[in-house]
Design a binder for this molecule. Structure first.
Ligand code: CMC
Length: 436
């Protein structure tokens, strides 16, 4: 017997079982052999919210939460943010290695040529109410692309999958910009293929009557860094949705829309919008201690704080602060920063937050930067969704290459009624009781 095993004694039967340990993991299915009686279904593991369950094998992104490390394909996030463009990172996440010069040139050209949206998509967006939430517009419009590209359903053909990946990567900023301008009542701006990914996004957001939009290089670079920081984060809630919906073989547009819907939640990507609402509610530095006290008493959460995996600092937060400084040089300092810094200072010294290992996460500072750039809080999660689409697609693609991947289908512990007699309608009383 090797040491890479786990020996379990079932005290109900006194039977001993030896299970293999691989990669620090025991396969949950191994527990099925542990039965209390012959007809027993076998032991299951119970893990609501996947607190301690690996759902796949992946070679894309790794987070070492206790050490505050984040790597894409083995490269530390700090190095990538300093030296790469977002499209280089997209290539890295999707194909496994950084592109060389020729590969990058071709990749950028291909993505650039997929930024246009079908005119019916524009009409579709025009149907939204003037004040529709941009994230809801994005989710619905991404799903609607499924009607434009019905061949996307052929998910077993690798070249077809790659075409949809390029389309989604290219079109996401176009959809995001349309949702932004829709709220403002401005005409939609078509992509400009001469510009970089971030510059073109800025062009589609902010071009007015000038013949050629010229992006501020500092803001374009900041946006690119923010895109890099948000590109992937291993098996988070939306990536899990991407894999789960993808495992049913839905097409990539519908699958991405599902992942984006998960991202919109305030506990996930929607937290960046909530952070700004929270800072508005706090109003000034003096009100911070009172707000923190309320949170500790159980009234709400500090939005932008805490993480399932990071139990030390979030490595992205440091890069975020550096980026904020660059942006504020151009836009002027966002006054919300003072409240945020005070909140961080007080929370990091407080026993409640120390004990629970709650640190600022990526969403804590991103909103302050986005606001300084001129975005309304409703747009923040949309800005998150643009680069994360690449991460979702990398996770989705990887899923197809894993031989043991099947449709995701968890078990449950049934806590409902045992079989009970049916009551005809006329004999039913309130609360499931019978009249007679
Ligand atoms: N403010 C106050 N208390 C908190 C917070 C917070 N932000 N986050 C966690 N706690 C407490 C929580 O109440 C619990 O306390 P107790 O042990 O007394 O019951 C303890 O810390 C553990 O929290 P948990 O909810 O069990 O942790 P989780 O891993 O299930 O949740 C989280 C992680 C990110 C959903 C949570 O920390 C949270 O809701 N944070 C605020 C929302 C947020 O910023 N989300 C963005 C996450 S990062 C980017 C992304 O994923 O998109």
């Amino acid at each position: 017997m090797t040491h890479d095993t786990l020996t379990i004694t079932d005290n109900r039967t006194n039977q001993t079982y030896t299970l293999p340990i691989e990669n620090g993991t025991v396969r949950a299915l191994e527990f099925r052999q542990i039965k209390a009686y012959p007809e027993d279904f076998g032991l299951m593991t119970y893990d609501p919210a996947f607190m301690n369950t690996a759902s796949c094998q992946s070679s894309i992104t790794v987070i070492e939460g206790e050490r505050g490390i984040l790597q894409y394909r083995g490269y530390p996030i700090e190095v990538l943010a300093e030296h790469c463009t977002f499209l280089e990172i997209a290539y890295l996440l999707l194909f496994g290695d950084l592109p060389n010069e020729t590969e990058l040139k071709n990749w950028v050209s291909e993505i650039t040529h997929h930024t246009m949206l079908h005119e019916t998509t524009k009409k579709f967006m025009e149907g939204f109410r003037y004040d529709a939430h941009p994230m809801a517009m994005l989710v619905s419009t991404v799903a609607a692309l499924s009607t434009v590209y019905p061949e996307a359903g052929n998910i077993h053909d690798p070249s077809n999958r790659l075409l949809q990946i390029k389309r989604l990567t290219g079109k996401m900023p176009s959809i995001a910009a349309m949702s932004y301008r829709h709220n403002l009542g401005f005409p939609y701006v078509y992509p400009d293929n001469d510009l970089s990914y971030s510059e073109n996004f800025m062009n589609m957001l902010w071009k007015m009557v000038e013949p050629k939009y010229v992006a501020n290089p500092v803001l374009a670079h900041a946006l690119d860094i923010l895109f890099i920081l948000h590109a992937d984060h291993e098996q988070n809630c939306s990536a899990n949705v991407m894999r789960s919906v993808g495992s049913a073989h839905a097409d990539p547009y519908l699958t991405t829309a599902a992942a984006a819907a998960a991202l919109s939640g305030p506990l996930h990507g929607g937290a960046n919008e909530e952070v700004l609402k929270m800072l508005d509610e706090i109003g000034s530095r003096e009100n911070v201690p009172g707000y923190v006290k309320k949170v500790k008493e159980g009234h709400g959460k500090l939005m932008g704080f805490g993480h399932r995996i990071y139990k030390n600092h979030d490595p992205r937060a440091k890069i975020m602060k550096w980026t904020a400084d660059q942006v504020f040089e151009v836009t002027g300092r966002n006054p919300k920063l003072d409240i945020a810094l005070e909140l961080e200072r007080i929370a990091l010294e407080d026993e409640y937050f120390i004990k629970r290992k709650l640190y600022p996460n990526v969403d804590f500072y991103s909103g302050i930067i986005y606001q300084a750039m001129g975005f309304k809080p409703e747009m923040f999660t949309v800005l998150f969704a643009i680069p994360r689409t690449v991460g979702w697609l990398a996770q989705w693609q990887e899923m197809f290459l894993q031989p043991e991947q099947k449709i995701a289908r968890p078990r449950q512990i049934y806590t409902g009624h045992k079989a009970r007699p049916f009551l005809a309608l006329e004999r039913r009383a309130p609360g499931g009781t019978r009249k007679d």
